[in-house]
Each structure stands twice: as C-alpha cells, then as structure tokens.
Ligand binder design. Sequence first.
Ligand SMILES: Nc1ncnc2[nH]cnc12
Length: 385
Amino acid sequence: MEEFQGPEPGGQIMSENRSLELSQRKWWFSVFFCGFLIFAGDSLVMLLLNFFYVQDNRSESDRDRQYRGTWTQALIQNAAFPILIPLFFLFPLPKQSPETVSDQTSNRRHPFLRVLLLYVSLGVLASVYSKLYALAKLYVGWGILVSTQLILTSLFSAFINRLKFNRWIIISIIFTLAADFFGTPAFSGTPDEDESDTYGFKAWLILIFPTLAFSLSLCLMQLGFEKVLVKTKRYANKKVFRMVLEMQICVSFIATLVCFVGLFASGEFKELKGDSERFEKGKTYYILSLVGLALSWQVWAVGLLGLVLLVSGLFADVVHMCASPFVSLLVVLAFDFTDDDYGWQRRGALLGAVLALASYFYYLHKTKKKEMAELNKREHNNSEA
Ligand SMILES: Nc1ncnc2[nH]cnc12
C-alpha cells in the first residue's frame, strides 16, 4: 500500500505493462482497505455513542442538560491522533530522483508556509465540524444531516476539484441520498419532547454549518494532497500513504488544541466529573467508552483521508454515507430499543447503499480498464514504429 502512482516513464514496455497491472492491484487493495476502515470506524463510533448516551440516561434528563457535552465529544473526535505517530514512522518516504528534486525546488516558493496554512485551516475546520456535528446530532435528524453533507460535497467537488460528473457518479449519489434518508441508525442521544425546535431557525443553522465545514474540508484535503503535498520536496510528486498519516496527525493536533480551548472557555470541563459519576456502569466504563470512541474516530479518519487521496473527497463521502444502513443494522442487533426494528425501509436502504457503491465502483473499474487499454495502445504503436 505504499505508492499509488503509475509506472515511471522510460522503462521497458513489457515491464511498464506489468508494473501498471501491479500498481492497479495495489490501488484496488488500498481502496477496499480504506473503505473497510470507514465502515469499521462508523460502526464502532455509532455503537459506542449509543452506549454512552444510554448509560448517561440522556433522554430522561432535563432539557438543558440534554444538549451538553458537545465540546467533550468534539475533543474525543480528534484527540487520539498520537496513536498514529509510530505508524507514520513505519511508512517510508518515497525515493527521490534528481530531476524531481530540482523540479520541486525551482517550482515552489515557501512550501513550508503553504503546508502550514493548509494544516491550520483544515484543523480549524475539523474543530468546527466536530463540535457542530456533536450538537447537530442532538438537534436535527441524521438522515437530513448527512444528505445535506453529500449535496454540499458534490457542489464543492465540482467547483474546487473540478470533478466531472458522469452518469455512474450521479446514480451513485442518488442511491446514497435515498439510502441515508431511509437507513438512519437509531441514536439514543436525541432528546425527547423537543419537536418544536426541530425545524426552528437555530436547527437550520446547526444543520448547515457542520455539513458546510465537513464538505469543504473533504474537498480542501483533496486539493491539498494534489496541489500542495505532492509538490513538496519530501514527497517528490508521489502519492504515498504516509501523506494520509501526516495530514491526519497535523490536522487533529490543531483541532485538539481548539477543542481544548473550547472545553475550558465554555466551562464544560466542570461537568466531566458529574458525567462520570452519573454513568450507570461506573467510572471505568465511562473512561473506556471515551477511549474507545477516540480510537474509533481515528480509524474512521484514516480510512476517509485514504479514500480522498486514492480517489476523491466525493467518493470518501459516498462510502461514509453508505455505511449508515449497515450501521443501523448493527445498532438494532446490539441494542434492544423497543421501537426500533429493521423493517422494509431500512432493508431497502441497505440495498440502495449496495447499488450506490456498485455504481461508483463500476465507474472506477472502467477508468482503470481505460488506463490499461491506453498503455496497450501505446505499446502497439511503439512496436509498429
Ligand atoms: N461527528 C461526526 N458525526 C458524523 N459525521 C461526521 N463527519 C464529520 N464529523 C462527523
């Protein structure tokens, strides 16, 4: 899973063909692996969040307390990044050729400042969406939240990343939207008796801002990989997995700092002691569930960034959203919520998610096949010349 680029020019034709085949195989393996990380992260996060809110007896609390604890959740979403540091050093830097080095140095001024600016802006965006998603999950429904997110990601992908939409991508987006609308996982953090606020002005703002920040950050990450990181001297025009870890560590570090400030400035840190004492299974389970959540968020984020690097921000979002009907099934199996079952709507949503993924994967398969056909054509022309 080290290098995602195609073959270097200039080699033997036969070996070029073989090397493209190998790099495509590696690429497919990496795509499936990152997709698996997103599904695993999404499932663990939702199961643990449900466990957390059930233990905290949220829905029976007074209304004021029902919306608290969101800085803590935002901090947890970002804070476990140090576990990625040893992994970062395990992945080597790509080998540099003299031409790429001279090319980098002549082309780029202030690469360090560009990278710093990229990580700081992404870190601030991550803190904003982590905080606001934690709040939005309590205020507005999951289905409408993630559907808005995919629509915004599609728009930003078109304008920022100049993504060309074709029929397979559009079919995939439509199936994903339908699947998420009907396949929402049950979430025990949602407060009861709050119908009046559901479509209030505040709820709309809480819907728009986190989705805007998250979708924008997906597209900026793609742009950052393509236009900033690959052009730095250390990556020398190559896309490698180490970039994903570097970006995730730096962005989470900045987001963690912002969330720490938010936690203390808002006074929410004073509630932590009470929260741990109220936890039905006791303090140890309180800490374990927060640690589990923090680790699961990192698994999810590495998968997400991996797909942004390998394919695009839009594809990463589609896979993240297609996990919802699957997560719903796990929540129904794991928790005995009395009014929750896996009825025809959710089964339909699961089918919709499978079709959405199939459509996007078919498109990717076609692009890879075209790459191979072009190489074969070149080979044929060369042998005739
Ligand atoms: N906290 C969160 N919950 C759901 N989706 C997200 N995307 C980014 N942050 C999220």
